[in-house]
Design a protein around this ligand. Sequence first.
Ligand code: GLC
Length: 547
Amino acid sequence: MGVVNDQSPDASATGGSPDSPDTTAAWWSDAVFYQIYPRSFSDSDGDGVGDLPGVVDKLGYLELLGVDALWISPVMRSPMADHGYDVSDPRDIDPLFGGIAALDALIEEAHARDIKVTMDLVPNHTSDRHPWFVEALAAAPGSRERERYIFRDGRGENGDEPPNNWPSIFGGPAWTRVTEPDGTPGQWYLHIFAAEQPDLNWENDEVFEDLATTLRFWLDRGVDGFRIDVAHGMAKPPGLPDMPEELQTGLLINDDDDPRFNNPGVHSIHRRIRAVMDEYPDAVTVGEIWVRDNTRFAEYVRPDELHLGFNFRLAEAEFTADSVRDAIENSLEAVDSVRGVPTWTLSNHDVEREVSRYAEGTTEAVGRDRARAMVLVELALPGAVFLYNGSELGMPNVDLPDSALQDPVWERSGHTNRGRDGCRIPVPWSGDTPPYGFSESPDTWLPMPEGWGGLTAEAQLEDVDSTLSLHRLAIELRRTRPEFAGEEVEWYGAPPGCLAFRRAEGRLVCALNTTDGPVGLPGGEVLLSSAPLVDGRLPANAAAWLV
Ligand code: GLC
C-alpha cells in the first residue's frame, strides 16, 4: 500500500477560500523568511558577538539559499539583559551590532539582491535603562512619568507585598518594588519578563504615539516590515486581577486564559499599528502570538490588524503523522475564517532546535533525518515559512555548562530552567574547529562545541546530499514550479504513521513517513525526497514531493 493510497482526496479539504483574498497577491503571502539571531550569525569585528556587517558578509550565502526576506532579532540600543529584547532606544542600532550605518548598508545590499529586511519590534516593554523608565523612577507616584509604565502600590500593611500574584514568565514574581527618590520603599512595577524589562502602559496614548514614530522611522529608512514581539501581550486586564493558580503552569509558556496575555484590548492596539503600516502598503507585520484557540488566534489577523501571525503548532508537534496533520489542519483553520495567510515554523530562538526535539528517545542522526523530512512538509504548504538560522545546516541544540549560560531565565528560575541558550549557539561557517569561521575570536559569546566540522556551510555547500543542499533545492522548487500554486490543501488517506496532502490547484503531493520502515509511493515523478528512496520506496523518517 502506498502512502497515497487513495487517488481522490478525502472529504477533509482545508485552507483557502472560495474567493481569493487580496493578501495572496502580497509578496509575503508565500515568502520564505529567514530569522537571523544577530549575536550568533556572523561576527565581523572579532568581539565574539555577531553583528550587522557580519550579516552583510553573508548575503551571498542567503541569496544562494534563496530566501525572500530576513527577520532580524532586535538590534536596537539595548543593555542586553535579554539580548536585545530590552530596548533602551528604539530608534537607534546598538554599537555592538554596528550602529545605524550598518543597518542602512544591510538594507541597501539586501535589496540589491532582492531580499527584504524585516526587524523585530518590542512594544510590550522597554529596558529599565530607557530614559522613560529612568524618569519614572525619579518621579513621584501618580506622575505622568510613572503613567507610561504599570506602577502600583503594594498589598499588605506596608505595601510590601506585590500588587497581584502574577509570576514573571522567566521565573520569580512579575513585580519589583522600587525605592522612592526620598529613600523609602515605594511602589511596584510590572514586568512580565525580566525585571530589566518593565511593561509599558498601553492605555497611555503617549506609548502608542512613540511606537508610531518608531514604525515610521524604520519604514522611512527602507525596512520592509516588522516582527512584533509578544503581540498578544500589550493589553492588560482591567484591575490586574490575580491569576488562578492552575494557570501558573510553568516558565516560558502561557495558557490562552492567562490574564497576563491575550486580553481583548490588544486588538485596538493592533488596529492602530495597522493604520500606520497602511501608509506603507508593501510592508508587513508578523506577530508573535502564543494563542492556541483558533477563533481567538484569527482575531489577530483580521484584515485591519496584523498581516501575519506566527502559528507555533508545527514547532510543537511531535514527529508522528497524527500530530503533524493536526498541527497543519489547525494552522490552516486558524486563519481560514478571516482569509488570512497561514504561517509555518519549526524553530526559533526561543525553542529547542528541531534536530534535537526529534532526536528524543533516538539518535541525533535520526533527529536530523526527521528535521529534513519536516522541512519538506513545511515548504510544501501554502503560506509564509519562517526558517531559523542554522536550521538549514541541521544544527542541533547544545547542552552548555552552567558557567556558560546567559539567558536571564537561568538566574530568574533559581537555576531550575536552563533557558534558551542551547538553541542560540553561533552558526558554524567553515573549518574543523571552534569558532568555525563565525568570529576571529575563539572566545565566542556562547561556546561552540568540538566536532562540528561536518555541519559548516563550507562543508555542505558542494555536497548535493547535505541538509543545506536539500534546503536550497526545496526553496528553489517551491519558488519556480507551478505545482506549488493555490492555497487549498487536500488530504489523502494514508497508512498508519504516514500522511499525504496535495496542493489542490498546483497538484504537488507531499508524503511523510514517520514509521520505522519504508512505505510505497504512488505513481508520479518524485521531485525531491529528504532521503534516497529504497527500491522506489520512501524510507523511515523521510518525506517526498511528487508531481
Ligand atoms: C519574545 C521573544 C523572546 C523574549 C521575550 C521578551 O517571546 O521571542 O526571546 O525573551 O519576547 O521580549
